[in-house]
Design a protein around this ligand. Structure first.
Ligand SMILES: Cc1ncc(COP(=O)(O)O)c(C=O)c1O
Length: 427
C-alpha cells in the first residue's frame, strides 16, 4: 500500500465502503466525519450525483480517445474553464493524471522553454525543504522530505533547495500567513550568486506546504520570490495541487497572494477526487514559445496515454459547475475566520506545540511521544478513525484538518470536538 504502514494496517485495517457529503461509511457501517476532504481532493463533499452522472454519460458516449494527434472537445472546454479561473495570462493547460505528473511536467516544460529560447544553460531546478511535489523523479528531487528522498539514490542532479519557511519560535500559533519570514525568499539571491542565474531554469514552491504539516507562506514571501525570479529570468512554478480549487478561499492561491507565476500545477480538486486528473497551467508566453518551427512538427515531446481522459474531463466539467453554482471558493473565504478561531481553541489541549491555519486548512502540531517522532501522530490517526469516527491527515506529529468546503459551522465544531478528544486520548 502507498505511504502506509502496511503491517500495522493489516492488523487493524481502516476500510472504507462508501461516502456521502461530509462522511465516509466504513465497511462495518460506521459514519466517519471527513476532516481531510479525502486527501485534499473532495472540496465539494462526497457522492456528488452530478459528477457520477457526468462520468457515466461520458463512459457511454466515449470511453477513450487517443490524446496524441487526436482530441476531444471536452478537453478544450475544461482547459478553458480552468484557465478562466486562473490569473490572467495563464491561458493554456497541459493535462496529465496526477499531481506528481503535473510537477514533473512543469519542470520539463521549464527546461524545454529555456532551451527553445536559446538559454539551454538553464538546467538547474530549485525547490524547498519540507516541500512535497509528488513522487516522480523530478518532484522527489525538488521536494524536501528527507524520508521520501533517501531511499532513492541521487535523483536528479543540478537541484538545490531554499530553506523551509517554517520557524516555530517566530511563527507559532499564527492565523493565516505568518508575519515573520518574507526575508527567507532572499535566500534565492544567495543560490543565484552561487550557481549563476544563467544556470537556473525554475523555482517551484507550494503556496502552502500541505503534506509536511500545513505551512502557509509568510506574508510577502511569494511576492518577493516573484520579484527575484523575474529579475533573473527564472521561471516561477506554483504547485497548487492542494491549494487549487478553493482550499485557500480562491480558485488558486496565486490570486490570494496577488502573484502571477509562470506555471501552476493542479490536480485533486479539479475533479473533486472522482477521477484521476492533473494539469499544468502555462503562461501564454511559454506556450507561444513552443509554437514555432515547422507546422507539422510535434511541439512538445511529452504527454501521457491518459492525458485529458474523457471520464476525467467529464468529472472536471461537472465539478467546476458545482464549485460555481455553490460558490464554494467564496464560501471557504467567508468561513476561514470561524474555522481558524475554532481550531485555535485546541491550543490548551495536551502536547499542542503549534497550530497553523490558512483557508479551510489547519495543522495542529503535537510534541512527539517517548517512541520518537511520528508515533503520537500515527496513534492519533488510528484513534480518530476507530474510536472517534473522524478521518484526518497526519504529517509526522501534526494533525492536518482540511475538510470539504461544504462543511457547516456545526460540523466545524464537531471536527474540533472530536480532534480534542483524539488529542487527549494520545496524551
Ligand atoms: C503540492 C503537491 N504536489 C504534488 C502532489 C502529488 O499528487 P499525486 O499524489 O496526485 O501524484 C501532492 C499530493 O499530495 C501535493 O500535495
Amino acid at each position: 500500500m502507498p505511504f502506509t504502514a502496511n503491517r500495522a494496517f493489516k492488523k487493524a485495517p481502516r476500510l472504507i465502503a462508501g461516502a456521502k457529503d461530509m462522511h465516509y461509511i466504513t465497511t462495518d457501517g460506521r459514519k466517519v466525519l471527513d476532516g481531510a476532504a479525502g486527501m485534499w481532493c473532495c472540496n465539494a463533499g462526497h457522492g456528488r450525483a452530478e459528477i457520477s452522472a457526468a462520468i457515466a454519460r461520458q463512459a457511454d458516449a466515449l470511453d477513450f480517445a487517443p490524446p496524441f494527434q487526436f482530441g476531444i472537445p471536452q478537453a478544450f472546454e475544461l482547459a478553458n474553464r480552468v484557465s478562466e479561473l486562473a490569473p490572467e495570462g495563464l491561458d493554456h493547460v497541459f493535462f496529465c493524471n496526477s499531481g506528481s505528473e503535473a510537477a514533473d511536467t512543469a519542470l520539463k516544460l521549464a527546461l524545454a522553454y529555456h532551451r527553445i529560447a536559446g538559454q539551454g544553460s538553464r538546467i538547474r531546478l530549485i525547490g524547498r525543504e519540507r516541500a512535497y511535489h509528488g513522487v516522480g523523479f523530478g518532484g522527489t528531487a525538488v521536494g524536501g522530505i528527507v524520508s521520501n528522498r533517501k531511499m532513492f539514490g541521487s535523483l536528479l542532479t543540478g537541484v538545490d533547495h531554499l530553506q523551509s519557511t517554517y520557524n516555530r519560535e517566530k511563527q507559532a500559533f499564527s492565523k493565516g500567513e505568518p508575519q515573520w519570514g518574507a526575508e527567507l525568499a532572499d535566500e534565492l539571491e544567495r543560490l543565484v550568486a552561487l550557481h549563476g542565474a544563467e544556470t537556473i531554469a525554475a523555482v517551484i514552491v507550494e503556496p502552502m506546504a500541505g503534506s509536511t504539516g500545513v505551512l502557509p507562506a509568510p506574508k510577502g514571501y511569494l511576492k518577493r520570490l516573484r520579484e527575484i525570479t523575474q529579475k533573473h529570468g527564472i521561471l516561477l512554478i506554483f504547485d497548487e495541487v492542494i491549494t487549487g480549487f478553493g482550499r485557500l478561499g480562491h480558485a488558486f492561491a496565486a490570486e490570494r497572494y496577488g502573484v502571477l507565476p509562470d506555471m501552476i500545477t493542479f490536480a485533486k480538486g479539479v475533479t473533486n477526487g472522482a477521477a484521476p486528473m492533473g494539469g499544468v497551467l502555462v503562461h501564454k508566453t511559454i506556450h507561444d514559445a513552443f509554437m514555432t518551427g515547422p507546422a507539422n512538427a510535434v511541439e512538445v515531446f511529452h504527454g501521457y496515454t491518459y492525458s485529458a481522459h474523457p471520464l476525467a474531463c467529464a468529472a472536471g466539467l461537472a465539478t467546476l459547475d458545482i464549485y460555481r453554482a455553490e460558490e464554494l471558493f467564496e464560501r471557504a473565504r467567508n468561513l476561514e475566520p470561524k474555522f481558524a478561531d475554532a481550531v485555535m481553541s485546541l491550543r490548551e489541549e495536551p502536547n499542542v506545540v503549534d497550530i497553523r491555519t490558512v483557508g479551510i486548512t489547519a495543522g495542529i502540531e503535537l510534541a512527539p511521544n517517548e517512541n520518537g517522532p511520528g508515533d503520537r501522530g500515527f496513534t492519533a490517526l488510528r484513534a480518530g478513525f476507530h474510536d472517534y469516527d473522524l478521518m484526518m491527515r497526519i504529517a509526522g506529529d501534526t494533525l492536518a484538518l482540511t475538510p470539504p468546503l461544504i462543511i457547516s459551522e456545526d460540523q466545524i465544531g464537531e471536527i474540533v470536538d472530536k480532534t480534542a478528544k483524539v488529542i487527549r486520548a494520545v496524551a
